[in-house]
Design a protein around this ligand. Structure first.
Ligand SMILES: Nc1ncnc2c1ncn2[C@@H]1O[C@H](COP(=O)(O)OP(=O)(O)OP(=O)(O)O)[C@@H](O)[C@H]1O
Ligand SMILES: [Mg+2]
Length: 215
């Protein structure tokens, strides 16, 4: 059975598809057979990005496919080393099903209280209502602005919650969105510093998930 990593949020737009694509490319760079499962049937963000990636011939290739249900995706899990689940925009019943199926469920969030509160609420619901173990839920910081104080306060706020907070973060940068516009991921931007920063977060996701798989 493949290693399974899901990306889910209650709010729209905090970076599920961004982190999912970066994680998929990170595994592919390490020669893992990756399937990125796109559950966003309306926007098809990862699927459209895959087309742009193929059209431009970027390597490594990452297999992307749309699935209407978690069960359907899981039926293919033996064909891959890792399956990455890019969740639909708003948390729903399928989010719990996704979390139950995953070794690691990542909740990307911005730094404002408007973003942090719903992220924690989703984690609480998954843990308390659906029995997802604490250690399998992790927050990833995204859309980080130029205030160090805001970043530290967000980390402090999340550190008081019982869930894992991943090392690293994604700054809010045009370089990242422009890279994804041409089929690249956040760990493939040409700016070395930004690439290294993104690699720190993506490596943290990969390490956390692989450590949990062996449990
Ligand atoms: N760190 C960043 N810097 C710049 N742009 C970003 C960053 N992270 C995400 N974006 C952009 O923000 C938008 C939302 O990101 P993304 O699609 O990853 O979020 P999502 O959680 O998948 O959204 P949805 O809920 O609609 O599925 C996209 O246009 C993406 O390119
Ligand atoms: Mg998305």
């Amino acid at each position: 059975m493949a290693l399974r990593i899901g990306f889910a949020t209650q709010k729209g737009g905090p970076g599920k598809s961004t982190c999912a694509r970066g994680t998929a490319v990170g595994f592919a760079q390490n020669k893992w057979a990756v399937k990125l499962a796109d559950f966003d049937l309306n926007q098809s963000t990862s699927t459209r990005w895959h087309q742009r990636r193929l059209q431009r011939g970027h390597q490594p290739e990452v297999a992307v496919e749309q699935f209407g249900s978690i069960a359907h995706a899981l039926a293919r899990a033996d064909d891959y080393d890792v399956m990455i689940f890019d969740g639909a925009p708003l948390a729903s019943k399928s989010t719990a099903t996704m979390a139950e199926a995953c070794d690691l469920l990542v909740i990307p969030t911005g730094l404002s209280v408007d973003d942090l509160d719903p992220a924690v609420e989703l984690a609480d619901a998954l843990h308390h209502k659906h029995g997802i173990p604490l250690e399998r839920i992790a927050f990833a910081l995204n859309h980080v602005g130029d205030s160090q104080a805001e970043l530290e306060e967000a980390r402090e706020y999340l550190s008081q919650k019982p869930y894992h907070v991943l090392d690293g973060y994604l700054a809010q940068k045009v370089s990242y969105s422009r890279a994804m516009d041409v089929g690249l991921s956040v760990i493939e931007v040409s700016h070395k510093g930004l690439r290294a920063q993104a690699e720190q977060l993506i490596s943290a996701i990969i390490q956390r998930a692989t450590a949990l798989q062996s449990k």
